[in-house]
Design a protein around this ligand. Structure first.
Ligand code: FAD
Length: 305
């Protein structure tokens, strides 16, 4: 990655488009924080914002409430995540219909992790949709939705090899997926290699990198080891010794994420999906650095000029 490219690309914001991911809040306090975040990020005009869904339908009501509020109270376009693990088809179908009835046109279709947690054995529900590809098919049979699906630059931990992983992505595309959003990653070469593999397999939908600004390096390192994402040594070194220094940690995190995004732009990527963790600060800073500004900021800038 070359930091010096930063200053030579003031026009970068014209080429880059973003989407943001939130999770449905559990408490009133978390709800207030989410809405502060939504309010802060809304002026950046993301293509869509997505709201996650608990495996087994555990957050159905909270996801629906959050999506409805975004639809009713903001200018944003929500995408509802859906999972099918541990759920009968008719229940999944009912949720799809419920979301469609209140105006959802975008979905992120996922299988979901087994109830016992990431890495434990997955068994499809006997009357359920077996995987993400079958869920895409179910969504398409209800409406002509915009459907995002998952992709794994380091392959899904359950995939025996990349060929199996890419084959699953191909089945999702064949069933009607509009785009893939990747699991987070920190090594852009892995993403680029994955996209090349997908293109060679005849997959031409956008494969949008999922960017995770590192709010807490220790937590991210733990989670990465469970979901099969590599934490490079250089990344660990950047955050070394900052466990009790949140301000410097945040400054480093925004620089790291901006560097990653700039490098991907240099490689021709134009769309980015940010895992916000319901926090605006790092994502807002990174968007600012890549030239994505709110209208208020632009107006203030031209008034000062
Ligand atoms: P699938 O794509 O159906 O399968 C995952 C992989 O497993 C495939 O690539 C395939 O290679 C392998 N596989 C599947 N079946 C077989 C088989 N029969 N034989 C061999 N290999 C097989 N989880 C949530 O609970 N809620 C969310 O809102 C959520 N949002 C997410 C958003 C994004 C962008 C991403 C990347 C992940 C998200 N997840 C979410 C996590 C996801 O549910 C897990 O990663 C889950 O383990 C797999 O779901 P999937 O849709 O990727 O599965």
């Amino acid at each position: 990655m070359n930091q010096f490219r930063f200053s030579r690309r003031p026009d970068i914001g014209d080429k880059v488009r973003v989407s943001f991911e939130f999770f449905p809040p559990k408490t009133d306090e978390m709800e207030a924080r989410l809405w502060d975040t939504v309010t802060r990020l809304e002026p950046l005009k993301p293509r869509f914002v997505s709201v996650t869904y608990g495996a087994g339908g555990s957050t159905r009501e909270r996801t629906a409430r959050t999506v409805k509020r975004i639809l009713n109270e903001t200018t944003l376009t929500p995408a509802a995540h859906m999972t099918c693990v541990d759920t009968a088809r008719h229940q999944v179908d009912a949720v799809i219909q419920e979301f469609a009835d209140f105006g959802v046109t975008r979905f992120v279709a996922l299988r979901g992790d087994p109830a016992a947690g990431v890495g434990t054995a997955y068994r499809p529900h006997p009357d359920g949709y077996a995987n993400g590809a079958e869920l895409v098919g179910a969504l398409k049979s209800v409406g002509d939705f915009d459907i995002s699906v998952s992709a794994y630059p380091e392959k899904h931990p359950e995939s025996p090899d990349f060929a199996t992983d890419i084959d699953m992505l191909k089945r999702k595309v064949d069933n009607g997926a509009t785009r893939a959003i990747t699991q987070f990653f920190f090594d852009n070469d892995l993403y680029e290699r994955y996209v090349e593999r997908a293109r060679r397999a005849g997959i031409y939908i956008p494969i949008v990198p999922g960017i995770l600004p590192v709010h807490n390096f220790t937590q991210v390192a733990n989670f990465s080891s469970r979901c099969g994402a590599l934490v490079p040594a250089w990344l660990a070194e950047r955050f070394e010794g900052l466990e009790n220094d949140p301000q410097t940690h945040a400054l480093v995190a925004s620089a790291v994420a901006a560097e990653q995004v700039h490098d991907l732009v240099e490689r021709g990527v134009g769309d980015f999906h940010f895992y916000t963790m319901n926090r605006a600060d790092l994502v807002f800073a990174v968007c600012h650095m890549i030239g994505i500004r709110s209208h208020e900021a632009e107006a203030a800038g031209s008034a000062a000029a």
